[in-house]
Design a protein around this ligand. Sequence first.
Ligand code: AHR
Length: 516
Amino acid sequence: AGPCDIYASGGTPCVAAHSTTRALYSNYTGPLYQVKRGSDSKTADISTLAAGGVADAAAQDSFCAKTTCLITIIYDQSGRGNHLTQAPPGGFRGPAANGYDNLASATGAPVTVNGQKAYGVFVAPGTGYRNNKASGTATGDAPEGMYAVVDGTHYNSACCFDYGNAETSSQDTGNGHMEAIYFGSSTYWGSGNGNGPWIMADLENGLFSGGKAGKNTNDPTISYRFTTAIVKGEPNQWAIRGADATAGGLSTFYSGARPANGYNPMKKEGAIILGIGGDNSNGAQGTFYEGAMTSGYPSDATENAVQADIVAAKYATSSQASSKALAPGTLISLRAATTTTSSSSSSSSSAPQYLTHNTTTAALTLQPIPLTTRSRRTAPPSFQHQQATWKVHPALGTAAEAGCISLESAAAPGTFLRHTGGGAFTLALHPDDGTKQFREDATFCALEGGLGGGGSDGDASGGDVVAIRSWNYPTRYLRRYGGGVYAASNGEGGNEFDAAAGFHEEVNWVVETGLA
Ligand code: AHR
């Protein structure tokens, strides 16, 4: 039986069932999600390998080979048609066209489920999914339950990485108009014990960790790589529960009365959100693998059986990066696989161009500087050669990025390549200040063979071709554009350097032995 078979036999059937990794009913054979590829904007549905089974990730891999792919629809498996699609603007606008939120990369969250490859939904800040016309979800003070399996190491403190019930208008319509699972380290409204992240309930104008607003120390920091998160509510009663999604049982972190000030009775509206707040606040990040919403307040025993089913699904990590060319400990240089159209390099048109920083001061945009020939390598190495040479490190970020890397400058040891995020997505060279933000911004994952038509893993010089994407913004790749290098998306980002034209060629780099 799957989680939704278990909820049904407990008398609290799923009214929404979402997962990009597996079927949540033992007899489900329909599509799990839809992807759209960047090369020609075509879409494809990804289904399970077998009834009740794991997603057919190989179908995605072949459809998305050599291009970018976004998750466009997360299908509802409950039969009610409560699919999740790109979230529209509400109280806040998203970064995509017409104020919509971004769609998630289809390859940002690789895992294995029962030993089979699958992909979760990697929500970078600005990403969100929603259904404002859901049917059968709880409204008013009606009872409901929800669970989600998330990556407990991928979070931030912004509002709000949520899954669950929200406003149908995408606006903040007041206290009690939402009831959703929140996962992250926000302390603005409430917090739990320790530094977070925590499972809290987003009840609108408040993330609640217990019976009262603010800090409730019974809600522990919970950061298992795979974390089961539960919120459920019925008239003047609600609960938070959580567990390691790979072992053991659920613990109850709160169970009791509704908070004061407008939360009893509740005024739930029944829309469904993923990765955002009720008013389309979209600064949060997190990863969603599977989740469901029920009609009726599930018993603890039913939820315990759902947790046992999740454990039996055997979620496990999978390498994010498929290129071995960027081996930690080696010194490399990254040569542009094609000559850029940059006007700044026109004076030395045929010279190879390398990913290079042009001074050792912090916060500089990287420039590919033409080096006349590789034979110019000198002993001792020139400063210019050092500026084009990078020491490969295992990712500075958390264990979530297994297989990803960080690049330290050979010319300025202790400083690392990072993107500057926050809508700018320029590149800079900064010292490791130990912060979570820096370390995530300095983590990149290399895709063997690069993107685009060429189809070869090597080039004339024998070097490996790679495309290198940002870990925390997996739709963004290191791209040469107009004489600079940026963390660019394929046509979706709104910056000039996010243009779709030329994207596939301008993200490919040849990995060479370090010039210095
Ligand atoms: O309750 C926290 C957040 O506050 C909600 O998600 C959002 O709608 C509002 O900004």
